[in-house]
Design a protein around this ligand. Structure first.
Ligand code: HEC
Ligand code: HEC
Length: 214
């Protein structure tokens, strides 16, 4: 089925497509004339999108879209970028890449320890102890340009560090690794892989995922 070409991975759980080829063709033909809201509630379209997601996105985001370390959960309300139709369609079409620079050489061992305690404290809204206060000074020197002065992040530059939600992990060890070695994450562009109709279907499907999640 040439219409369905998409990169698959042997790791991804297989979702079986129960639609026949004529039904699939009919869906692709009607996508352009449908609004996003109509697509989101059209059962045939969403069945096809579930399958497309498992084929094209499931190897990283998992078939249930809950992600894994380094790959965001698409069923929750936390967004690295935005959860709007336009931002999601842009992510799928053009891809996204996030780079956290490595600071292993710039920040000494003692300062690093203080900084990690401060970053850990950002998620708890308690008063800072003396180590955390010392860590805040280091944070203000190296981190505010992307994560903002209060740690709530800057769209497209650096994620929020003050919520309970972590892409890489919020314990002492993973925070330390994020800072010393940096992090890189990429969502691949699909514009040369998927058709416009397939991208529309996946945008509708992704909007549904977060609407259903919590
Ligand atoms: C090679 C692994 C990989 C594949 C395949 C992949 N993604 Fe991603 N995706 C990622 C990573 C990693 C990120 C986070 C990028 C970052 O940190 O800047 C991401 C981010 C996203 C986001 C933004 C989430 C947010 O919180 O703002 C959306 C939406 C998304 N992907 C949808 C998809 C869809 C739909 C597909 C299938 C067409 C797909 N991705 C395929 C790895 C992947
Ligand atoms: C140039 C911008 C930039 C600077 C400066 C920067 N970061 Fe980041 N940081 C990022 C980006 C982008 C990510 C997300 C990487 C990804 O997509 O996986 C990130 C991720 C992180 C994470 C992982 C978050 C998670 O959810 O697991 C931590 C922790 C972190 N940064 C802390 C810091 C600290 C502390 C500093 C200062 C020493 C700092 N960052 C400086 C851009 C930056």
């Amino acid at each position: 089925m040439i219409f369905l070409s998409a990169c698959s991975s042997s790791e991804a759980p297989i979702v079986e497509l129960m639609l026949d080829e004529d039904q699939v063709i009919a869906i692709y033909q009607r996508v352009d004339s449908m609004s996003m809201a109509d697509l989101q509630t059209d059962s045939g379209s969403m069945e096809l999108a579930t399958w497309l997601f498992s084929e094209s996105c499931g190897s990283c985001h998992q078939a249930d879209a809950k992600g894994r370390k380094g790959v965001p959960d698409l069923t929750d309300q936390y967004w690295l970028f935005e959860g709007t139709e336009a931002a999601i369609a842009h992510t799928i079409t053009s891809g996204r890449s996030g780079v956290m620079p490595e600071f292993g050489r710039d920040i000494g061992e003692v300062e690093l320890g203080l900084l990690v305690t401060y970053v850990e404290s950002l998620a708890a809204s308690e008063e800072l102890n003396s180590n955390e206060t010392a860590g805040k000074v280091i944070y203000e020197e190296f981190c505010v340009a992307c994560h903002a002065i209060d740690g709530t992040g800057i769209a497209n530059l650096g994620p929020n560090l003050t919520d309970e939600h972590w892409q890489w992990g919020g314990n002492m060890i993973t925070i330390r690794q994020s800072i010393t070695a940096g992090r890189k994450a990429e969502c691949p562009a699909q514009e040369d892989v998927l058709s416009l109709q397939q991208i529309q279907l996946l945008t509708a499907y992704t909007l549904n995922l977060s609407a259903a999640g919590s």
